[in-house]
Design a protein around this ligand. Structure first.
Ligand code: NAP
Length: 444
């Protein structure tokens, strides 16, 4: 009978992991274990989506329904490559899916990027989202001027979180310490630098449009940096709206609000200036040739005390899994890394697309597994439970996470939806305090 069950382990409980689990779990003979190194599920929904975009975070409710299915289990506080190896998982499960996303920042590759005050978006966003990896970073926003590099939605998130007032963040779950730092900051100028032009940005209209309605911050652009308006007609509709919004920013007056958000195009970072801490960013003007940014040799400097680079992410390597160093992901053929080993989401295709992009991606990988992998009588979760017990690991079940969640919701102050735990030890301590038992996986 056991041989008829198909045991699948999914490493990573973000959108890609949950959509894969949801599609797999529709087959009654499948048993899915979703593993995460943090005690908290949902990956980027919790640690990446901006704290003031609470409506986007509601998608977690759908993942919760999957997590509570009889043939699905969540096990948190269990790190692949640290607590259990991929080789061990392949021994215990019929298939293993890598859904660990892309958490590492792509380096800028310019002199001075190691200076104090230069951060990648992964670290910066993790810091203001109370991610245990990043909460204790010594990030200083008490500066007059900030440089944000990149023309994607992450750059918009970073600029908006820095620009909004405490009142505008009152319904968010912005990290408490980050909030004190940001809302005490004397920021007057935020620059968003794009290496190409307004027509090549990766912003989406909704996210860009939000910036025109901030309480203390006005978005600005230089009309001289735009191509002739008649060229907009050839753009796809979404991009046309984006360029239209940016053109509107060029008509805004800089003196209407105390903080100015400057969109600067055709400028690629060349050097971070400073001796110990950043004091300016040097950029090179570019022109576009065959869609690519080409340096003109003309350089200029913008004073700034903080640089946040939002130029994309890389997956973190996992021992035992082939890794493409140049692309920062796990090389795969349509999701297949090796026999019975699959990648999904950003670990499969790199850091692009919205949360919803992961749904067809997860469905595709689930269909592949169901078509390609035969049940072989591997022990699945019973085998993992024995391994966890043997190693004395303190794993967290979904019910445990619900207690952590309830404690965060109960601790919320004023209009904030929750007060997040900042450290893993505090989450585990809260479990003990509420009668939960980390290590609960051994009970199930
Ligand atoms: P992205 O959309 O790929 O944007 C990355 C930006 O960095 C591009 O403008 C790129 O310019 C630029 N860049 C790359 N390398 C550079 C370099 N060496 N120097 C200067 N600029 C460089 O990535 P993202 O903003 O990290 O977002 C990741 C994904 O998450 C995207 O699909 C995004 O839409 C999504 N997201 C969505 C939301 C939302 O819907 N609210 C929020 C956040 C993120 P080029 O175009 O010239 O390469």
């Amino acid at each position: 009978m056991t041989a008829e069950l198909l045991h699948v382990a999914i490493a990573g409980s973000g959108p890609a992991g949950y959509y894969t689990a949801e599609a797999l779990a529709r087959a009654p003979h499948v048993r899915v274990d979703i593993l995460d190194r943090l005690p908290t599920p949902f990956g980027l929904i919790r640690g990446g989506v901006a704290p003031d975009h609470q409506s986007i975070k509601q998608v977690a409710r759908r993942y919760e329904q999957t997590a509570l299915m009889d043939n699905v289990r969540f096990l948190g506080n269990l790190a692949i490559g640290r607590d259990v190896s991929v080789e061990e998982l392949l021994g215990l499960y019929d298939a293993v899916v890598i859904a660990t996303g892309a958490a590492k920042d792509r380096p800028l590759g310019i002199p001075g990027e190691d200076l104090k005050g230069v951060w990648g978006a992964g670290a910066f966003v993790g810091w203001y989202n109370s991610h245990p990896d990043h909460v204790d970073l010594d990030i200083v926003t008490r500066v007059a001027s900030v440089a944000v590099i990149g023309n994607g939605n992450v750059a918009l998130d970073v600029a908006r979180v820095l620009a909004k007032t405490a009142d505008e963040m009152a319904d968010s779950d912005l990290d408490e310490h980050a909030a004190r730092e940001i809302h005490g900051a004397p920021i007057r100028d935020i620059y968003i630098f794009g290496r190409r032009g307004p027509a090549q940005v990766s912003f989406t209209p909704k996210e860009l449009g939000e910036l025109d309605h901030l309480a203390r911050c006005v978005p600005l652009a230089d009309a001289a940096q735009f191509p002739p308006q008649e060229e907009d007609a050839a753009l796809p509709p979404g991009q046309r709206r984006v360029v239209g919004l940016l053109r509107g920013f060029a008509g805004n007056r800089p003196d209407t609000k105390p903080v100015r958000l400057h969109f600067v195009f055709h400028a690629r970072p060349a050097r971070v200036v400073g001796s110990d801490r950043v004091c300016a960013l040097e950029l090179e003007r570019t022109r576009i040739e065959e869609g690519r940014a080409v340096g003109t040799g003309e350089r200029f400097e913008v004073p700034c005390g903080l640089v946040v680079s939002c130029i994309g992410y890389r997956s973190s390597p996992i021992p035992g899994v082939p890794y493409d160093e140049s692309r920062g992901l796990f090389p795969n053929q349509d999701g297949l890394i090796a026999e019975r080993l699959y990648a999904v989401g950003w670990a499969r295709r790199g850091p692009s697309g919205t949360i919803g992009t992961n749904k067809p991606d997860g469905a595709e990988i689930a269909a592949r597994i169901l078509a390609e992998v035969e049940p072989t009588g591997r022990p699945g979760r019973a085998g993992l439970d024995a391994l966890i017990a043997g190693r004395g690991l303190d794993c967290v079940t979904f019910r445990d996470w619900q207690r952590i969640d309830a404690a965060e919701l109960a601790a919320a102050r004023d209009r904030h939806p929750r007060l997040k735990f900042r450290h893993i030890e505090d989450m585990l301590a809260a479990l003990h305090a509420t009668g939960g038992d980390p290590g609960g996986s051994r009970r199930s």
